[in-house]
Structure formats: structure tokens, C-alpha cells
Ligand binder design. Structure first.
Ligand SMILES: [Zn+2]
Ligand SMILES: [Zn+2]
Length: 387
């Protein structure tokens, strides 16, 4: 029996992509085209030349997972191509790695620190990157609110006590939270806001998040389960975020497994050895969840959609497509003091108990943040102010 031919060219097929036989070259070109088309659809890459505006700069958050490494690789590939044109590259990128070791996770394979990992990428693989930033998650305390409703609030807002280090303040905040789900939720909120702040400080045009279809579907379900469903349009659509910088998702039409195939088998040289945060083993297996600690909502959803993607990719795409059509209820609503997203029309009617409801509203929190902080052992000292 002869091997099937590629759907797109006369070469023999080596891979299956979206149920069709493909050769390696056509698989790679499918991935590249999806990303390039998405980037073009943002209409942010302006024509360069005399008398035109400077080229835009984008923030690219790097977690050392397969998605962010692949995105970085493909952006650099595109810039490299553009550099050979007379007009030169049409955008710049600043890569940001948020060091989250304070949350107790591992920092990746081997014993390289995040800074060393970044150092090794810099010169070897991605010389097109304009700037590399490594920042600790707890350093969110260094970002003072840009706008504050009152000066009184501004003085007291960075949430730290006199003489306390960022690390101490962050650890105290995390310890006071009631569950692993709320710690992971609020650490995620802070990570997003830190990346946004770094982008704004550098006058970047937008953040290019490496969320795949799979990741966006997971986010849609997890945020809904955590009570922040009102905010989905801000979290999964390509829009101006409430933080004052555009959030863009160039990988939104690609599945996680397609990127894994690309990183392992198609990229030349392979990218997988650079994906320190990637492991073959599912990170959040059910066995692990019952053996040790509680699985968080985010972990549960990651696990669920990674399995769903294998068998029912169209359902996963539909989740994202549907969620992407949701409209913001009231874009001018007051922003939540914790997550910074425009409110959910007040947490009224969604009670956690009469007392919390009243307190929550007076504290200016959305329902999701109210739930994440419900049962905190201490007063929540939040590092950021209203957006
Ligand atoms: Zn082909
Ligand atoms: Zn909130």
C-alpha cells in the first residue's frame, strides 16, 4: 500500500491535520498562515516608509509552554522575512516572562533560573526580539495605579505595610485567601494586569497572548464557573482591554495538539527542547487531584478541554466562537477594584449571604472576585487600584 498523498500538494502525507492527510511542509504552512492572517486582521501593522508613523511594538508574554514558544518562533520568522524587504520589519516585539516561583511551582527543567532560560533564548534563537523582560509576579506592587478616584485612596493603595517587601506582601495576600482556586484565580488576575502594565509603560500597541482555541474554551468555562462570566467579552475577544492596552489572540484558530506537533516535529530546529514548562504527562491528572491537594477550577478545565480537543475539536471551537459573540452588558459600568473589569451590574441577586453581598458591593468587587475573596482570613490588601 502506498502512503496517501498530501491534500494540498503531490508529496506523500506524513501527518493528519483536521482529518486530512498533509505533508510536513503543508502542515507548517497551515500553522503560519493562520497566524499571519490573524495578525493582519488586527489592522495594526501599518505601512512603513517616509512620513508614516513609527512601527508598532507588541508585548509577547512567554511562559515557556508550547504555545508561547511557537508564537514567538513564528513572529520572529515573520520579522526575519520582513527584514529582507526594503521597508524592513513592520513591528517590534518585547518578550515578557513573569517569574511565578513565588506560587510554589517548579521553574522548569534543569536548574536554570528564568533569567538564565531567557538568556539562552536571546542570542541563539530569537535575535529579532527588541527587548526581553523578566519580572517577578510579586513586583506587581511596584506598579502604582495610574488613575485613582481620590488622592486619599492613592496614598493607601499599593496594599503594602510600611517596610514590607513585595515578596512578603504577596505571600501574605496569598495566604489570606480561602482556597487553591481563589489563589490561582487572583494570581492569574495579577499576572494579566502585570503584563498589561508593562505594555503600557513601554507604549506598546497590544499584548499578543498565546491562547489557543483550546485555552480560550477552557478560559470561557473556568471564568463562568468562577462567577466572572460577565467579563468573557473582555477575556477572549480581540479588543481594547479595560486596562488601556489591546488584548489580541493570534493563535485563536489553532488547537494545542497542532502546536505540539509543530514544535516537536516540524519546526527546524525543533522547538520542544525550549518549552521548559511543557511535559508529556498531564499536569493535572485526576489521580493527582485525589492524592494530594484539591484540583482548582482552572486545572480541571484545562484537563477537560485538552481531552475534548482530541475527540471533539468542533465542540471546542464552538465554545470559543459562541463566547466571542457575547456582548458586554455595560462597557461604562464601574470597574471591579480587584480584576479591573467593568462591573457585572452589581453582584445583586447573586448572593453569597446577605452580609457579603452588601460588603461586596460597597467594596466595589464583581461577583467573581467577591467569591474568590469570600472567606479570606484577613483584610485583602490589593496591590492595584481601579482601572
Ligand atoms: Zn503538502
Ligand atoms: Zn472582579
Amino acid at each position: 500500500m502506498t502512503a496517501p498523498k498530501c491534500t494540498r500538494c503531490p508529496e506523500p502525507a506524513t501527518h493528519t491535520l483536521r482529518s486530512q492527510p498533509h505533508c510536513a511542509a503543508c502542515f507548517s504552512s497551515f500553522i503560519r498562515t493562520k497566524i499571519v492572517k490573524r495578525l493582519e486582521s488586527f489592522r495594526l501593522i501599518r505601512r512603513t516608509g517616509r512620513g508614516t508613523e513609527p512601527i508598532p511594538t507588541f508585548i509577547v508574554p512567554l511562559s515557556f509552554g508550547v504555545a508561547s514558544i511557537t508564537l514567538l518562533d513564528l513572529l520572529c520568522w515573520q520579522m526575519r522575512k520582513q527584514m529582507s524587504y526594503v521597508t524592513g520589519p513592520r513591528y517590534n516585539i518585547v518578550v515578557v516572562h513573569v517569574d511565578e516561583r513565588i506560587l510554589g511551582g517548579e521553574s522548569g527543567e534543569g536548574h536554570l533560573s528564568p533569567t538564565q532560560q531567557v538568556e539562552s533564548l536571546k542570542s541563539e534563537r530569537f535575535p529579532e526580539v527588541q527587548e526581553w523582560v523578566v519580572v517577578n509576579l510579586e513586583d506587581i506592587y511596584d506598579y502604582r495605579p495610574r488613575i485613582s478616584s481620590s488622592t486619599e485612596e492613592a496614598h493607601d493603595i499599593d496594599g503594602k505595610e510600611e517596610g514590607q517587601s513585595n515578596k512578603e506582601a504577596f505571600e501574605k495576600l496569598m495566604q489570606s485567601l480561602p482556597s487553591p482556586t481563589s489563589r490561582m484565580d487572583l494570581a492569574g488576575v495579577l499576572r494579566t494586569r502585570l503584563v498589561a502594565e508593562i505594555g503600557i509603560k513601554r507604549r506598546c500597541e497590544g499584548v499578543l497572548w498565546a491562547d489557543t482555541t483550546t485555552k480560550l474554551a477552557q478560559k470561557a468555562f473556568a471564568e463562568t464557573a468562577k462567577g466572572r462570566g460577565f467579563a468573557l467579552p473582555w477575556m477572549i475577544s480581540d479588543v481594547m482591554s479595560p486596562y488601556g492596552i489591546k488584548f489580541l489572540y493570534p493563535l485563536r484558530e489553532l488547537f494545542m495538539k497542532e502546536l505540539v506537533t509543530y514544535a516537536k516535529e516540524l519546526a527546524d530546529p525543533p522547538l520542544i527542547s525550549l518549552c521548559w514548562a511543557y511535559s508529556e504527562e498531564p499536569k493535572h491528572s485526576a489521580a493527582k487531584a485525589t492524592s494530594g491537594r484539591n484540583i482548582t477550577v482552572d486545572e480541571l478545565m484545562t484537563q477537560y478541554f485538552e481531552q475534548m480537543e482530541e475527540q471533539y475539536p468542533s465542540i471546542v471551537s464552538n465554545v470559543v466562537r459562541t463566547a466571542n459573540r457575547l456582548k458586554v452588558e455595560d462597557p461604562n459600568a464601574e470597574h471591579c477594584v480587584i480584576c479591573g473589569l467593568p462591573g457585572d451590574g452589581g453582584a445583586s441577586g447573586l448572593t453569597l449571604g446577605a452580609q457579603e453581598e452588601t460588603e461586596g458591593i460597597s467594596d466595589g468587587m464583581c461577583y467573581g472576585c467577591l467569591r474568590s475573596t469570600h472567606g479570606a482570613t484577613d483584610k485583602i490588601d490589593w496591590p492595584l487600584g481601579r482601572t
